[in-house]
Structures are given as C-alpha cells and as structure tokens.
Ligand binder design. Structure first.
Ligand code: HEM
Length: 474
C-alpha cells in the first residue's frame, strides 16, 4: 500500500500527502468544491492531490479550465478507469459513453448518439414537440395540486425522465404508471449508491472488490436497475422491425445487426444497456435539478418572476405554447435560466478526466494517466469574470440595452472533446418546461413554510434542499 507519489519536475504543488490515505482526509467529500476552493487560494489555479495512491490534479478558474479542455482538448480527453464498473457489465468494447476511455469505440458511440438525437428533430414528432407535449402533462399534474403546498421534485423528475424514455424507448409513461415508478425508484437508488463513501473507497482500493459477496452488496441498486433495463430492451427486441426506426434503441439494434465490425465498434448488446443507462444517468437528474434551482430562485426573487410573467405575456401570450424560437425575443427569461444554471452550479466538479498523454499546462508538467478534476464551480463563480459571483443576478447575462449575452465562462456543460453530449436537448427542455410553467402559474412560498436555503447539498450533483411551493394558476 505504500506506493509514494513519484516526484516529477514541475509537477503541480499541493498539500502534504499522508501514508496510505494520501490527501483524502483534507477533502470534504460532501462538498469537494469547497475544499478545492481553499486549496485554490493556497496553491493557485493548478494543484495536486493524492487519493490513496491515485494522482489527481485539480484545475481552477476560467482561464486554466479553458486552456486544458479547449486548447489542449486531446491531452485531457481520457477518463479514469474504475474497476467497480465491471460489476455492472463494463468491459472490452462496452464501456457506455460517460466513463468510456478516450478512443475509437467512444468516438463511434458518441458520433452515433449525437446524430441519432439530431435525427429526432426530423420525421414524425420532433423532439421539441415532445418536450412541449410533456410540459402540458406536467402543467396538468401541477394544476391537480389545486394550489396546495407541494414539493415539485417528483413531478419535474417524471417529466424529465419521460423525455429520456421517449428518446430511448419511443414512449412516455403516465406519472402514476407502476413500471415508470419502479424505474424512477430503481434509478434513484442506483445513483445514491454511486455517490456513497463505500463506492468511492472501492474506486481507489479495488482489491476490496475481491471480498466475497461485497460487490453484490454494494452494487445491489445498480444491478437491479440494469436488470430492469434488460427487461425493457428485451421487450423492445421482440417488437423490432428493421424497416422502421422508432427510437434510439431501434437505431442501436440496427447498427448491431451490421455484424462483426459494428460489434467491434461498440455496437453490441452489453453496450446498448450501458449507453442507455448512461443517457438516463446523465440526462435526467441534471436537468430536473437545474429546473428545481430555477423555481427556488423564483420563490426567493418574486420581482424576477413578475418580470418573466410580463415578458411571456408580451411575446407569447397566455395560450400559445412556447417554442425554442421564442428564446431570441425573450432576453430576460433566457438570462434567468442561464443564471439559474450558473448559480445552481449543479456539477461543481464536473466529471473526472484523465490525461491521454504527458502534457504541460501553465508551466506545470502533468504526466499521462493523471486523473484531472475540472473545478467547474470555480469557473461559474470566477471572481475575475462575474460581477456578483455568489449571488443570483440575471444581469450577468444582459448587456446595457437589456439584450442577452453569454460570457465565455458560462461552462455548466463543460467544454472540449467530452463536453456534455445532451447540452442542446437540456437547453431546450430548460426553456420549454420553465417558460410553460411560468406561463400558466405564479409560484409562491407557502406561508407556513421556512424560506428555502440558498445553498445546496452534494452527491454527484449539487441539489437544493427539499422545499415546498404553491402553484397558483394565472
Ligand atoms: C457529460 C452537464 C444534461 C448527456 C456532461 C458533463 C457535464 C454535463 C458537466 C461532463 C463533461 C466533461 O467530462 O467535461 C450537464 C448539465 C445538464 C446535462 C448541467 C442539464 C442541465 C444532459 C442531457 C443528456 C446528457 C439531457 C442526454 C441526453 C451527457 C453525456 C455526457 C455528459 C452522454 C458524457 C459525454 C462524454 O463523456 O463524451 N454533462 N448535462 N447531459 N452529458 Fe450532460
């Protein structure tokens, strides 16, 4: 266990490493970005840590993160390998997409996924129409609360999960549907498992995975979720007609049917279940948590909500459904959504990257195979860019004439080779769900409820603490 960090010339500075555990005791794993901010002040924009014997380099501030992810995108495009994923089916040519190693198979799968998502814009119902339709269902469910205080979380989660279901399985579920409820619960359990301390420990001490029975115990939720995905795919395969592509699963099955070469490129059954699970994991909680932040800010800033109501009334009116095209005529609403993303800061430490080759950044040497953490929080709250980094201030995205502007440091989707693959879909969902709900309701803080907390809690993503609101029809 006593493998020491090798000393390289010009390796980034960092806190002193302790035997066995390295620098792990200095990190608050519930708020890693806050620990990072302290080291950022002490050691500068680039500092190093050590998780047991894994070398980590943390990048901070807009300039540094941009230089690494955009200007040296190839050097920083790999992902660290986590042995624990093998227990949910990760293997050769089947690494899913989010944690896939940088290389040929990842490239093929990413290209395919992006073009398949884009194709949904054509043909029968476009993706935008489906988001609009789902926003309608969401409004009906909120209306059914009849102005009583309620937690928006469950309904918003369902709406957003339904978008991914529509893309992957070609169908949406009623919010009360039993299969759907089961899926959402299994998915939430599997996510909380991934954020657990034991999982983090297994990442750095995979030898523990050899303890009989431990993997089954630790990954029970993830296994149950993957079993459930198997059932859905199986049902889909039974009704598959190669002549007609209904959804993402069909498109993937079609690629799979192309034979050996396709299989080598990652189009195999194991990867289908991993890629679809990844799209759920990456595309649901992220978007629904951002929406929850946006509604929380509406409760805390009623004057902002009134301004949005005015803009909606002027540009869209009360009846017509909002469309993505409306965005250009709604600078204030657009600025508020961007500010909710910036301030909510839902992926404060992004996803881990790994150097693909030896590289150099601002005079520091970073060897191949180093885990790199991009402190996105330090970019979204960079004091040298934002006027009021720690406040909700939609004017960050407005020029002196009230027109929408997007500073380059707005990087909630990260940047470079591994930039969020669903950014376009997420932006569409955020605008249509948020605007449709504000078109139909005024959101208020119930009298007997405490003022919601402005800070969040972190478990893979930074979420608001639970809060209740009242939705009064307009
Ligand atoms: C990756 C943010 C919604 C699919 C990421 C990353 C971030 C991010 C920070 C890591 C990028 C990096 O490694 O540097 C967000 C936010 C969202 C959102 C803030 C919503 C507000 C979505 C949606 C989808 C999606 C809706 C899919 C339908 C993915 C995938 C990756 C990813 C597949 C991995 C890309 C790769 O490794 O090549 N996202 N995301 N995301 N996101 Fe999103």
């Amino acid at each position: 266990f006593m493998k020491h960090r090798k000393k390289w010339r010009h390796y980034p500075p960092g806190p002193m490493s302790l035997p066995f555990v390295g620098t792990m005791p200095y990190i608050d794993f519930h708020n890693p970005h806050l620990s990072f901010n302290k080291f950022h002040k002490k050691f500068g924009n680039i500092f190093s840590l050590q998780n047991c014997w894994t070398n980590l380099v943390v990048l901070n501030g807009y300039k540094t993160v941009k230089e690494a992810l955009v200007h040296k995108s190839d050097d920083f495009a790999d992902r660290p390998y986590f042995p624990m994923y093998e227990h949910v089916g990760y293997g050769d040519k089947s690494e899913g997409i989010v944690v896939a190693r940088y290389g040929h198979v990842w490239k093929e799968i990413r290209k395919f996924t992006l073009s398949t998502l884009r194709d949904f814009g054509m043909g029968k119902k476009s993706l935008e129409e489906r988001v609009t339709e789902e926003a309608g269902f969401l409004c009906s469910a909120i209306k059914a609360e009849e102005g009583r205080p309620f937690d928006l979380r469950f309904l918003v989660n369902n709406a957003v999960c339904n978008m991914i279901c529509t893309i992957i399985y070609g169908e949406r579920f009623d919010y009360g549907d039993e299969v759907f409820r089961k899926m959402v619960t299994l998915f939430e359990n599997s996510l909380s498992e991934e954020a657990g301390f034991l999982t983090q420990l297994l990442n750095v001490m995979p030898i523990l995975l050899r303890i009989p029975g431990l993997p089954q115990k630790v990954f029970r939720g993830q296994k149950a979720y993957m079993d459930f995905i198997d059932v859905l795919i199986q049902k889909h395969m039974e009704t598959w007609n190669p002549e007609y592509t209904r959804d993402f699963t069909d498109a993937f099955l079609k690629e799979m049917s192309k034979g050996k070469e396709a299989e080598e490129n990652g189009f195999n059954y194991n990867n289908l279940r991993l890629v679809t699970a990844d799209l759920f994991a990456a595309g649901s909680d992220t978007t629904s948590t951002t929406l929850r932040w946006a509604f929380l800010y509406m409760l805390l800033h009623p004057e902002t909500q009134s301004k949005i109501h005015k803009e909606i009334d002027m540009v869209i009116g009360r009846e017509r459904s909002p469309t993505v095209m409306d965005q250009v005529n709604m600078p204030y609403t657009n600025a508020v959504i961007h500010e909710a993303q910036r301030c909510g800061d839902i992926t404060p430490v992004g996803l881990p990257h790994m150097t693909y080759r030896d590289t150099e950044l601002q005079g520091y040497f970073i060897p191949k195979g180093t885990t790199v953490i991009t402190n996105l929080s330090s970019v979204l709250k960079d004091e040298s860019v934002w006027k009021k980094p720690n406040e909700f201030y939609p004017e960050h995205f407005l020029d002196v004439n009230g027109q929408f502007v997007k500073p380059e440091a707005f990087m909630p989707f990260s940047a470079g080779r591994r930039v969020c693959l669903g950014a376009q879909l997420a932006r569409m969902e955020l605008f249509i769900f948020f605007t449709t709900l504000l078109q139909k309701f005024t959101f208020m803080l119930p009298e007997d409820q405490p003022r919601p907390r402005k800070d969040g809690h972190f478990a893979l993503i930074n979420s608001p603490y639970p809060f209740k609101l009242q939705a009064i029809p307009r």
